[in-house]
Write a protein that binds this ligand. Structure first.
Ligand code: NAD
Length: 480
């Protein structure tokens, strides 16, 4: 087992933040909000130059501190693949910030709009101005503790806002590092970070922000929405749920199994967009199992001692996942653990779990009720595609839906007859990394969207500006 690399303190950056009491923090957060709002009002909408400079400072700190970021994440997870952190946290964030820097000039431009007849004929004008909202609150989870701060930041900063951030307590080393790095690159009136657990989160979302973005579980999302309602704070909620995969009879099953297992094993399944369960033709179940086993063997000849395979975040989550397996087994599910090197997972310093397929699952099993968020994959057979569609529609609207197949009519049917936050066809997760696509859920999987211009607009106020014609005689015709 690879032990996590030691965490190096970042050069030139201050001490780790101390942990004051909840009351003290509440007052500090309130004061920070006051200072940020005052600075925002004093400054007015920041110029392009100011926005580019802020985006560049966020970008530079990521590029300069890649090693510390990888080490911090590995320390927090027990073990986290370095290459994975570089791709899913550093690179994803860098791409989002660079994309914003390339396009913000264009996004900021007021948009001319048509004026209704007859005022359009006499010189009246209409436009939309994208105005920064002011101070945005940002609460982030532990599974991608860098990218789920910095990708939203690309939208928040390009829109000209100031921001207060509450990272997750489950990744304390990374959250402290983020706090130190941001404090080294930004004034507290631009970006402020408050570390702490649920009580700090609860106090944070009671603040009267100009916008609040929350990424995390649906259960906590409900509490956040309730708290934000008190101040009528507009919300972006990026929540979880069970994202289904539909495999068609027309699919290349080996290719589908490889992509699904790669997606399921990314971050050990601790991905909001992870394929949660698979709906597949009944005759494809056994062949899918064989293809999945072969794919895992190819990608991960070993797991426990393989630095490319990430650990489950902590013992509590391991117990949660083991309880799903035990519950499913006791209700008649068949478990197929994929452990290519036959390693003993009871002997390790991290919390790695081998991927496990679950067959013969039923809806009374916890694994079919709760978001899995780990390397377990239930397979649910269907005879006709309509059964798969009905099954999806009888559950909460998911964050993502995946379709594998090469039958255009069937693909259209799946897309038209279901609703989800986003879709990837013939792969998983990939719609999230497209800069020009909006990312977000629907209903229980979230509300609002971000990514590229969609993030810029989410954190801007689209202000309608109408300029009246100077021809008074025309206006007189319209008056009593
Ligand atoms: P979580 O809901 O436990 O915690 C998320 C954040 O909320 C943390 O910073 C936490 O401290 C804070 N928090 C906890 N209680 C709070 C409260 N009462 N009020 C305010 N804030 C509070 O989620 P998690 O376990 O960190 O993350 C996993 C969940 O997040 C999964 O459901 C996953 O699907 C979801 N997720 C969604 C997305 C997305 O983009 N839609 C991305 C990543 C994770």
């Amino acid at each position: 087992m690879n032990s996590p690399e030691p965490l190096q303190p970042p050069e030139g950056i201050g001490e780790a933040p101390s942990r004051p009491s909840a009351n003290h923090l509440q007052a500090a957060m309130q004061a920070a909000l006051g200072r940020q709002r005052e600075a925002f009002l004093r400054e007015g909408p920041p110029s392009l130059k100011v926005r580019l400079d802020r985006l560049d400072r966020a970008l530079s700190l990521l590029l300069r501190h890649q090693d510390e970021i990888c080490n911090a994440l590995s320390a927090d997870f027990g073990h986290r693949s370095r290459e994975q952190t570089l791709i899913t946290d550093v690179m994803v964030s860098v791409r989002a910030l660079r994309h914003a820097m390339r396009h913000v000039r264009h996004w900021m431009r007021p948009e001319r709009r048509a004026v209704d007849f007859p005022l359009n004929l006499v010189g009246a004008q209409a436009r939309i101005e994208y105005q920064p909202k002011g101070v945005v609150g940002l609460i982030s989870p532990w599974n991608f503790p860098i990218s789920l701060i910095f990708v939203p930041l690309a939208g928040i900063l390009s829109a000209g806002n100031r921001v207060m951030i509450k990272p997750s307590e489950l990744t304390p080393t990374t959250s402290d590092l983020v706090a130190r790095l941001l404090a080294g690159a930004f004034s507290e009136a631009e970006v402020a970070v408050f570390v702490g657990g649920p009580e700090v989160g609860a106090a944070f979302c009671r603040l009267p922000f100009d916008h609040l973005m929350y990424t995390g579980s649906t259960a906590v999302g409900r509490l956040v929405m309730r708290a934000a309602a008190e101040n009528l704070v507009p919300l972006t909620l990026e929540l979880g749920g069970k994202s289904p995969v539909v495999i068609s009879r027309s699919a290349d099953l080996a290719d589908a199994a490889t992509k699904i297992m790669a997606g399921k094993m990314l971050n050990a399944g601790q991905v909001c967009l992870a394929p949660d369960y698979v709906l597949l033709p009944e005759e494809s179940v056994e062949p899918f199992v064989a293809h999945a086993q072969a794919a895992v063997r190819r990608m991960f000849p070993s797991l426990r001692d393989n630095p490319d395979y990430t650990s489950v975040i902590n013992e509590r989550h391991v117990q949660r996942l083991r309880a799903y397996l035990e519950d499913a087994r006791s209700r008649g599910a068949r478990l197929v653990e994929i452990n290519p090197a036959g390693e003993d997972f009871s002997q390790q310093s991290a919390h790695k779990l081998p991927p496990t397929l679950l067959l013969d699952v039923t809806d009374d099993m916890k694994v079919m009720q709760e978001e899995i968020f780990g390397p377990l994959l239930p397979l649910r057979p269907y005879r006709w595609l309509s059964e798969a569609i009905e099954y999806i529609n009888s559950h909460d609207r998911p964050l993502a839906l995946y379709y594998f197949g090469h039958d255009p009519h069937e693909e259209e049917r799946v897309l038209h007859c279901t609703v989800s936050g986003g879709v990837t066809i013939n792969d998983v997760i990939m719609h999230f990394v497209q800069q020009d696509l909006p990312f977000g859920g629907i209903g229980p999987s979230g509300m609002g969207r971000y990514g590229g211009v969609h993030g810029f607009r989410e954190f801007s106020h689209a202000r309608a500006v109408y300029t009246q014609t100077r021809l008074r005689r025309v206006l007189d015709l319209m008056r009593p």
